[in-house]
Structure formats: structure tokens, C-alpha cells
Write a protein that binds this ligand. Structure first.
Ligand code: 13P
Length: 253
């Protein structure tokens, strides 16, 4: 029996207008209304958060953003602060590999964002994962380990308990080539979990959820989620349709 409550989070990335977001949420709500044993989160683009928060009010589905800035306010044109998000949502994805690869996100900026999110009362979903070349060079443990150590530094155990880690091997994202359940689980169990225990103590480290992300589908979700240290998923493409996202959530039950 797993003691950690599973979580399935949908990262919509740069998809859905506010109207489309409303329609997708209206499709999900009746399908997922009885799901209590899984924490379900949807993470639409910033401009959809307002309508999404209205649609989700009173439901069991939580809302998350996909990024934030670490400053509280000021002359940062185009940026969004933790305090702004806190009025609308509960979670925020930080350090997604697309942001690291395309928008200059570093372990240092990830750590600043994690601290800012926590200070505002948001729960971070912190993404880590190696590239194909790093994987082939046998550097998975080194790269993922560094991302966890650096991204989560200067947190106390109480703050750490609010963090969700998402292991997303870059080579598995959007490729249709998911990691094998055993392969992903070994990164969760033998690389990430021991570091969390070392950083925050055994009890907190064992209680923190580690999600898997990268080509999760309705077909492969159950096998992934059955692994000892895969505590749910961070879902990209398959979170954009009611049927596939619902099936993935139910695979975590
Ligand atoms: P896909 O599920 O589309 O592979 O994306 C995974 C992901 O990046 C979620 O954050």
C-alpha cells in the first residue's frame, strides 16, 4: 500500500484560449466529481486562470499555473508574481524543461521561484529531468540529482513537505516514447527519493510525491502508477482532452 496520495496534474502548456479552457473544464468536472483518492490539478495558461478558477470553484479539481516570477511586484514587464497567482490558484509548475531549454531557466532561477511560491502560499511542482544526450552518457543521476539539490536548497522540512517533484526525462516529453515503468521508478526511488531524505529527513522525504511526466497516455498510465515511487503523473498532450485525462486520473485510483 502506498501512503502518499497520488496526484495527476495536467500541464496544458501553450494550448487553449479562455473559452476553450472553460469548455475543457466543463467537460472534466462531471467525469471527475467523485474522485477523492487522487489529487487532480489542471495547469492552463495564465490568461485562462481567471475563468478556470471560477469554473472550478467548489470542485475537487485544483488549479495551477505554469510559471511565475520570483519578485513580488515591480518593473518586470510581462511577468506574473506569486501573489497574483495566489488569488487564483494553489499550485505552480516550476522549472519545466521547456522553460530551461527555451527561456533561460536555471537551477538558480528555479530555486528563487520555489522560495517565492512558498512564501506566497503556493505549492510548487518542481520539474527535473535529463536530456537524451545526458541519458546516453550515463549522466541521469548526476543531472537529476543536481537539479533536486539546487532547485530545493534553502528550504526547511516544513516547506519541503509542500513540494511535488516531477521527473520528466526530456527525451520522453512529447515523443510518444515514455520511460519504462521500471526505468522511471529507479530514478524516483534510487536517485530522487534518497536526496529528498538526505535534505529534509526520512519522514518528510518519504512523504513527498514524485510524479512522472513524459508521454503518459491512457494506455501506459496504470503500469507507471503501479510502481513503488511513481506517485502520479504530470501530463502534457493527453491532458488536453476530457477522455484521455479522465482515464489517466482513474488509472491512479
Ligand atoms: P507530454 O505528456 O505531452 O509528453 O508532456 C509531458 C510534459 O512535459 C508535462 O509537463
Amino acid at each position: 500500500m502506498k501512503t502518499r496520495k497520488p496526484m495527476v496534474a495536467g500541464n496544458w502548456k501553450m494550448n487553449k484560449t479562455p473559452t476553450e479552457a472553460r469548455d475543457l473544464i466543463r467537460g472534466l468536472l462531471p467525469e471527475l466529481k467523485d474522485v477523492e483518492a487522487v489529487d487532480v490539478v489542471v495547469c492552463p495558461p495564465f490568461v485562462c486562470l481567471g475563468v478556470a478558477s471560477v469554473e472550478l470553484a467548489g470542485s475537487k479539481i485544483a488549479l495551477g499555473a505554469q510559471n511565475l516570477h520570483w519578485q513580488a511586484s515591480g518593473a518586470y514587464t510581462g511577468e506574473i508574481s506569486a501573489g497574483m497567482l495566489k488569488e487564483l490558484c494553489q499550485y505552480v509548475i516550476i522549472g519545466h524543461s521547456e522553460r530551461r531549454a527555451m527561456f533561460g531557466e536555471t537551477d538558480e532561477s528555479v530555486n528563487k521561484k520555489v522560495l517565492a511560491a512558498l512564501a506566497a502560499g503556493l505549492k510548487p511542482i518542481v520539474c527535473v529531468g535529463e536530456t537524451f544526450d545526458e541519458n546516453q552518457a550515463g549522466k541521469t543521476a548526476e543531472v537529476v540529482g543536481r537539479m533536486v539539490w539546487e532547485g530545493l536548497k534553502n528550504l526547511d522540512a516544513e516547506q519541503a513537505a509542500l513540494i511535488v517533484v516531477a521527473y520528466e526525462p526530456v527525451w520522453a516529453i512529447g515523443t510518444g516514447l515514455a520511460a519504462t515503468p521500471e526505468g522511471a521508478n529507479s530514478v524516483h526511488k534510487d536517485v530522487i527519493r534518497p536526496i529528498l531524505r538526505e535534505m529534509f529527513g526520512a519522514e518528510v522525504g518519504d512523504g513527498m510525491r514524485i510524479l512522472y511526466g513524459g508521454s503518459v497516455t491512457a494506455a501506459n498510465a496504470a503500469e507507471l502508477f503501479a510502481q513503488s515511487d511513481i506517485d502520479g503523473g504530470l501530463i502534457g498532450g493527453a491532458s488536453l482532452k476530457v477522455e484521455s485525462f479522465t482515464a489517466i486520473v482513474k488509472a491512479a485510483l
